[in-house]
Design a protein around this ligand. Structure first.
Ligand code: NAP
Length: 472
C-alpha cells in the first residue's frame, strides 16, 4: 500500500523550493501516486551549480565532513523503517530487499566518513634522482570540483549514497539528478544530510527532464566531474559529449555464473535467490548460468523448484521475494525477449493476474538471443549446458559487458583460472556474482564502465593530486 503521496520540494542552495511544475512518482506495483516532486529545468540546474560553486569557496575541514557523514549514517539507522518504505513504494522493491538497501546505505556513509578522515597525499622520494637532491616533495589530494551526479531507479537510496557520501568525503559539492521514477529516496537523503549539519549549497537536488538537466551539467565548465550510474546508452553518450570533464561510468552487465560438477551444496540457493531479487533489476543480477555437463541434471532438478517456490506479490509485504518490474514498457520488453528466445522454457514466461512476470528460466538459448547476450534487467535467467571450463569461460566472456562474474567449484585450480580469465571487474568464487559489500572496489570493464566505486575508490576518482616541491 502506498503511504507517501506528499509533495516534495527540491533542495537548492539550502532552500527547499517549488517550481510550479510537478513530477508524479507512481508505485510500479499499484500505479498509485506515492509522491509529487517539484520538477527542475535548466534554470534550477544553473542555480544549483551557482550554489555549489559558492559552497566550495569555503571548504569544509575533513573532520567536519566526517562528522556529517557519520550523522547521516545514524539518521539512516534511526529512520530505517521509513527509508525502506520509501524505497519500496517508489521502486516497487520488496521490503526484504529495501531493508537491505537501507542498511547498506548506512555502511556507505560510514565508510565515506573513514575516507574523509584518511584523505592525504604521499611523499615523493626526491633524492632518488640526482635532479631531486636537496628537495622535498609531497602531493596533496584536492577536491576535483563540483560533481554532477546522475543516478538510476533500481537502488534509489544506496547508489545515491555512493555518489553523495564519497563526494562530500572528497570535499566536493554536488548537483544530484535522481531517476525520475525514484526521486523520493534522494530527497530523504538530502533531508538527512541537512539535519546532519551540511551547509547550504553542498548538496543540491534537481529532479526533472533528463536531457535538459543533463545538458546544463555537460555544458557548464564549472562542473568538473560527472558521476553516472545507469544504462550504457546514456552513459557513454554523456562521456562523448563532455570530453574535458572527468566522466565516471557505472553501467550494466549480463551477469554470468559458472557451476562446476563439484560446486558446493549451497550453489543452487545462492543463484536462485540472486537471479530474482528485485525482479532481476540489479546490474549484477544472476542472468546466465553455465552448468558443467556432469552437474546439469541435478542442477536443473533442484534449481527450477527453488525458483517456483519464490513468493511473488506486493512489495510492501515483508514476505514477498519478487515484485513488479519498474513499468509496463520494461515488462513488455522483457516478455518479448523471452518469447523471441529459441531456448526451452523451463518455468515462467508469463505474467500473474496482477501483471507480475513469473520468475523465468530458459534452458540452452542460442548465444545470440537477447536473453543471453544483452542485459535483461528482469526476472529471467538462462541455464546453458557446457562441456568444459574453457567453453564456459569463453561463453561467459562473449558479451560486451564486464561488471561481475562468479564460479562455483570445490577445486582451487578452476577457481583461480576463472579469476584470471573472466574479463570482468570482479570475480566471485563460491559466492553469487550479485555479491557486493559497500567498501569493495566495484565497477566494470568493457561496456560496463570505466571507474570503481566504494568510498575509498570513489574518493580517489573525485580528488586530484597536486604536487608540492620545496627547495631546502
Ligand atoms: P537510465 O535510463 O540510463 O537512467 C539513469 C539516469 O540517467 C536517470 O537519472 C535518467 O533520468 C538519466 N538520464 C537519462 N537520459 C539522460 C540524458 N540524456 N542526460 C542526462 N541524464 C539522463 O538507467 P535506469 O533504467 O535508471 O537504470 C538501469 C540501468 O542502470 C541498467 O543498465 C543497470 O545495469 C544500470 N546500473 C548499473 C549499476 C552499476 O553500478 N554498474 C548499478 C545500478 C544500475 P530519468 O530517470 O529522468 O530518465
Amino acid at each position: 500500500m502506498a503511504t507517501t503521496a506528499a509533495e516534495h520540494r527540491l533542495l537548492i542552495d539550502g532552500d527547499w523550493i517549488e517550481t510550479g511544475d510537478w513530477l508524479e512518482v507512481r508505485s510500479p506495483y499499484s500505479g498509485d501516486v506515492v509522491g509529487r516532486v517539484a520538477k527542475a529545468a535548466k534554470g534550477e540546474t544553473k542555480r544549483a551549480i551557482d550554489a555549489a560553486e559558492r559552497a566550495m569557496r569555503e571548504p569544509l575541514p575533513a573532520h567536519k565532513r566526517a562528522e556529517i557523514l557519520v550523522k547521516v549514517a545514524g539518521g539512516l539507522g534511526r529512520r530505517h523503517d521509513e527509508v525502506a518504505r520509501v524505497i519500496s513504494d517508489e521502486a516497487g522493491k520488496p521490503m526484504k530487499a529495501a531493508r537491505v538497501e537501507a542498511r547498506r546505505a548506512m555502511s556507505t556513509f560510514t565508510f565515506a566518513a573513514v575516507e574523509a578522515r584518511k584523505l592525504a597525499g604521499e611523499m615523493v622520494p626526491m633524492d632518488a634522482a640526482q635532479a631531486g637532491e636537496g628537495k622535498l616533495a609531497f602531493t596533496l589530494r584536492v577536491p576535483i570540483g563540483i560533481v554532477g551526479a546522475i543516478t538510476p531507479f533500481n537502488f534509489p537510496c544506496n547508489l545515491v549514497a555512493h555518489k553523495l557520501a564519497p563526494s562530500l568525503a572528497a570535499g566536493c559539492a554536488v548537483v544530484l539528478k535522481p531517476a525520475s521514477q525514484t526521486p523520493l529516496s534522494s530527497l530523504l537523503l538530502a533531508e538527512l544530510m541537512e539535519e546532519a549539519g551540511l551547509p547550504a549549497g553542498w548538496l543540491n537536488v534537481v529532479a526533472g527532464k533528463p536531457s535538459e538537466i543533463g545538458d546544463v551539467l555537460i555544458e557548464d565548465d564549472r562542473v568538473a566531474a560527472l558521476t553516472f550510474t545507469g544504462s550504457g546508452d546514456v552513459g557513454w553518450k554523456l562521456k562523448e559529449r563532455a570530453p574535458r570533464k572527468k566522466v565516471n561510468l557505472e553501467l550494466g552487465n549480463a551477469t554470468p555464473a559458472i557451476v562446476c560438477s563439484d560446486a558446493p551444496d549451497f550453489t543452487v540457493d545462492r543463484l536462485a535467490a540472486n537471479a530474482f531479487s528485485f525482479a532481476g533489476q540489479s546490474c549484477i543480477s544472476v542472468q546466465r548460468i553455465y552448468v558443467m555437463d556432469g552437474a546439469w541434471d541435478d542442477f536443473v532438478a533442484e534449481f527450477v523448484p527453488k525458483v517456483e517456490a519464490l513468493k511473488l506479490g506486493d512489495p510492501a509485504d515483508e514476505e514477498t521475494d519478487v515484485g513488479p518490474v519498474i513499468d509496463a514498457g520494461a515488462r513488455e520488453r522483457i516478455l518479448e525477449w523471452v518469447r523471441a528466445s529459441g531456448g526451452e522454457l523451463l518455468t515462467g514466461g508469463e505474467t500473474t493476474e496482477e501483471g507480475l512476470i513469473r520468475p523465468t528460466v530458459i534452458a540452452n538459448p542460442s548465444p545470440d538471443d537477447k536473453v543471453q547476450c544483452e542485459e535483461v534487467f528482469g526476472p529471467v535467467v538462462t541455464l546453458t549446458r557446457t562441456r568444459s571450463l574453457d567453453e564456459a569461460i569463453e561463453l561467459a566472456n562473449s558479451t560486451r559487458y564486464g561488471l561481475q562474474a562468479a564460479i562455483f567449484t570445490g577445486d582451487l585450480h578452476p577457481a583461480l583460472e576463472a579469476a584470471q580469465r573472466l574479463e570482468f571487474g570482479g570475480v566471485m568464487i563460491n559466492e553469487a556474482p550479485t555479491f557486493r559489500s559497500d567498501q569493495m572496489p566495484y565497477g566494470g570493464v568493457k561496456a560496463s564502465g570505466n571507474t570503481r566505486e566504494g568510498p575509498a575508490y570513489a574518493v580517489r576518482e573525485l580528488t586530484e593530486e597536486r604536487l608540492v616541491v620545496i627547495q631546502l
